[in-house]
Design a protein around this ligand. Structure first.
Ligand SMILES: NC(=O)c1ccc[n+]([C@@H]2O[C@H](COP(=O)([O-])OP(=O)(O)OC[C@H]3O[C@@H](n4cnc5c(N)ncnc54)[C@H](OP(=O)(O)O)[C@@H]3O)[C@@H](O)[C@H]2O)c1
Length: 240
C-alpha cells in the first residue's frame, strides 16, 4: 500500500510550502496552487493540481479531480489557500469582497463537502482549515478577511459535530488553526511601521515562522492528535 495522500491547498509558497516540506517524507502530497507552474518544490513523487479558487467553475472541476483521482487514498486535507485585500470597508469594491469570500470561505466549504463524503465512507480522515488570529481579535481594514476566517472556525466546529452524528466508530476529525503573524510572502507585503505595531502585541516578541505552523499541522493530522477534534488551535506567540 502506498503512502496516505494529503491535499495541501496554496502549497506554492508561505505556510503551504512549509507544510509540504514537513509532510513530504511521510505522505504522498497533492500540491495545489492557482496555476500549476507556481508549484516548483517537492514535486517528486507527488501530484500537482491547479485551480483559481475564486473561479466557481475551476473550484468545481478541482473538487471533481480530488474525488475521482485521489479519493481512494485521501487521508487529510489542509485548506490553506487564502488571500487578503485590505481596505476600509467603505472603499472595498464588491468584487474584492466576493473574491475573499470565494477563496477563503466558499472553497474550503466545497472542498470539505467533497472530502467529508469520502472520509465518511472510509470512516477516517482529517480536515484542517487555516483560519487566522484576526478571526478572534478582529483587525481594522480586514473586516471581510476576518469574517471569512471566523466563518472557517464556526464551519469546522459545526462539521465536526455533524460527522459525529452521521457516522459511527469513525476516526474523522475536523479542525481549524489560527496562526498569528507569521513571516510569509503574505505578511512581507505589510509596511514596516505596521509590522512594528503588531510586534508590540506579541508576548513572544517575534514573528512566527512558517515551519512552526507546519510542525503543528504535522502533529494535528497524525494519530498522536487522535482526540483533538472540532478545536481551533491558536499558534501566535501569545498575540492579543
Ligand atoms: N502569514 C500569516 O501571518 C497568516 C496569519 C494567519 C492566517 N494566515 C492564513 O494562512 C494561509 C496561508 O497564508 P500565507 O501567509 O502562506 O500566504 P501566501 O504566502 O500569500 O500564500 C498563499 C497561498 O494561497 C494560494 N492562493 C491565493 N489565492 C488563490 C486563489 N485565488 N486560488 C488558488 N490559490 C490561491 C497561493 O497560490 P498562488 O501562488 O498560485 O497564488 C499561495 O499558495 C492563508 O489562508 C492565510 O489567510 C496567514
Amino acid at each position: 500500500m502506498g503512502k496516505p495522500k494529503v491535499l495541501i491547498t496554496g502549497a506554492s509558497k508561505g505556510l503551504g510550502l512549509a507544510m509540504a516540506k514537513k509532510l513530504n517524507n511521510d505522505y504522498c502530497l497533492i500540491l495545489h496552487a492557482s496555476k500549476a507552474e507556481n508549484i516548483t518544490e517537492f514535486t517528486d513523487g507527488n501530484y500537482i493540481l491547479a485551480a483559481d479558487l475564486s473561479n466557481p467553475e475551476e473550484l468545481k472541476e478541482f473538487c471533481k479531480q480530488v474525488k475521482n483521482e485521489h479519493g481512494d487514498d485521501l487521508y487529510a486535507v489542509i485548506n490553506n489557500a487564502g488571500m487578503s485585500l485590505d481596505k476600509p470597508l467603505t472603499f472595498q469594491p464588491e468584487k474584492d469582497i466576493d473574491t475573499m469570500i470565494a477563496v477563503n470561505l466558499k472553497a474550503p466549504i466545497m472542498i470539505s463537502k467533497t472530502v467529508a463524503k469520502i472520509f465518511g465512507l472510509k470512516g477516517k480522515g482529517v480536515i484542517i482549515n487555516v483560519s487566522s488570529c484576526v478571526a478572534e481579535t478582529g483587525n481594522a481594514f480586514q473586516s471581510v478577511y476576518a469574517a471569512t476566517k471566523a466563518g472557517l472556525i464556526a464551519f469546522s466546529k459545526s462539521l465536526a459535530k455533524e460527522v459525529g452524528i452521521l457516522y459511527h466508530n469513525h476516526q474523522i476529525r475536523i479542525l481549524s488553526i489560527s496562526p498569528g503573524f507569521i513571516q510569509t510572502p503574505m505578511t512581507d507585503a505589510i509596511p514596516e511601521t505596521e509590522k512594528e505595531k503588531y510586534l508590540k502585541m506579541i508576548p513572544a516578541q517575534r514573528f512566527g515562522n512558517a515551519d512552526e505552523i507546519a510542525e503543528t499541522v504535522a502533529f494535528l493530522i497524525s494519530d498522536k492528535a487522535s482526540y483533538i477534534n472540532g478545536s481551533n488551535i491558536d499558534i501566535n506567540g501569545g498575540l492579543f
